[in-house]
Design a protein around this ligand. Structure first.
Ligand code: AMP
Ligand code: ZN
Ligand code: ZN
Length: 321
């Protein structure tokens, strides 16, 4: 296999798009494709400030790298979730990445901010760990963005992630979620816009970029993800992809272009301010505040917290030197 552009030995084959490229041309292609996705969906204006949610995995570190290379003012935000040694290592890797490149990194430590990390939070809230964790991540990332004056938050979700979510939302039909899913969620009062510039890259393509760029990322998966349904959906979609290159991309883009607009034709959901924290919610109190209020009640009953302990929704993000 030779590079389509220069005839040198190809390093990466992008089967879904009938491309084979050498290292240099692959790295260029990847950055340009990201910029194309950003332009196409008007995710960012040139040089705009953007808060990048970084977990320490290959996707979010590669995203931070590309956004920085493209000239955006990309500030990192890492959430320390308190999932044992996994979380310690995630922070270490993220911090090293930022330091080596002189990038600005902010950290919120869940346990420091609210008293409990994900394992205790899951236990006390009666939720599955991934659900309590996901809710906390979405809420805190948005809060830090809004308080920090960021219009936009970027996450490292790739094609495999997005296709698996779509598959799951079709398997157990979730109309609201299907109508909302997409590479760009526009901003609203109290809600930063959310963008996924890598939504057209397969996991393998992002991995190739990270490896060829020499990005040192955390290889291990979150221990809570074991047995997650999303992994099964990814496997199923990859089986199809193997026989039909490009199927994953057609599945996601076909849905976004042809079917989703019809789902969005209905009325807009009405958002109001959460009585507890002031951030937008569909009910009186947002699900983040409800979860933590219940956790505090239970923790007091079990004497894990003093009677006078009060849950305060505001988290302090600390800039890491
Ligand atoms: P995941 O659901 O773990 O695949 O993560 C999806 C995206 O969410 C990542 O690409 C990151 O942008 C973001 N993210 C996940 N975990 C964290 C974390 N601990 N801190 C900040 N952002 C995160
Ligand atoms: Zn080449
Ligand atoms: Zn709230």
């Amino acid at each position: 296999m030779v590079c389509k552009l220069c005839g040198e030995k190809a390093q990466v084959e992008v089967r879904s798009r009938g491309l084979a490229l050498c290292k240099g041309h692959y790295l260029d292609w990847f950055v340009k494709e990201t910029e194309r996705a950003i332009r196409r969906h008007r995710m960012l204006s040139p040089g705009e400030r953007v808060l990048v949610a970084v977990s320490g995995g290959k996707d979010s570190l590669a995203l931070w790298d590309v956004l920085h290379r493209l000239g955006y003012q990309a500030v990192g935000l890492h959430l320390q979730l308190g999932i044992g040694a996994y979380s310690e290592r995630s922070l270490e890797v993220t911090r090293r990445f930022a330091q080596e490149r002189g990038l600005e990194l902010w950290v919120v430590d869940l346990k420091e901010a609210y008293g409990f990390g994900v394992p205790e939070l899951a236990q006390l809230s009666g939720r599955v760990a991934c659900s309590a964790c996901g809710l906390s991540k979405r809420y805190i990332i948005n809060q830090v963005a809004v308080e920090g004056g960021f219009r936009v938050v970027a996450t490292g979700h790739n094609l495999d992630d997005e296709a698996a979510v779509l598959f799951g939302n079709l398997l157990n039909p979730q109309e609201d979620a299907l109508a909302r899913q997409g590479p760009l969620l526009p901003e609203k009062p109290g809600l930063a816009a959310r963008i996924k510039p890598f939504y057209r890259f397969s996991e393998r393509e992002v991995l190739s970029y990270a490896l060829l760029r020499g990005i040192r990322y955390l290889h291990e998966e979150c221990p809570n993800a074991k047995g997650a349904k999303s992994l099964l959906y990814k496997e199923a979609l990859n089986l199809v992809e193997k026989e039909m290159p490009g199927a994953k991309l057609r599945f996601l883009e076909g849905f976004l272009d042809k079917i989703q607009p019809r789902l969005q034709a209905g009325e807009e959901v009405v958002l109001q301010e959460c009585q507890r924290c002031g951030y937008p919610t569909t009910g009186a109190v947002c699900s983040f505040c409800r979860m933590w209020d219940a956790v505090y009640r239970r923790a007091k009953k079990r004497r894990l917290l003093p009677e006078e302990a009060e849950f305060t929704p505001k988290a302090e993000a600390v800039r890491v030197p």
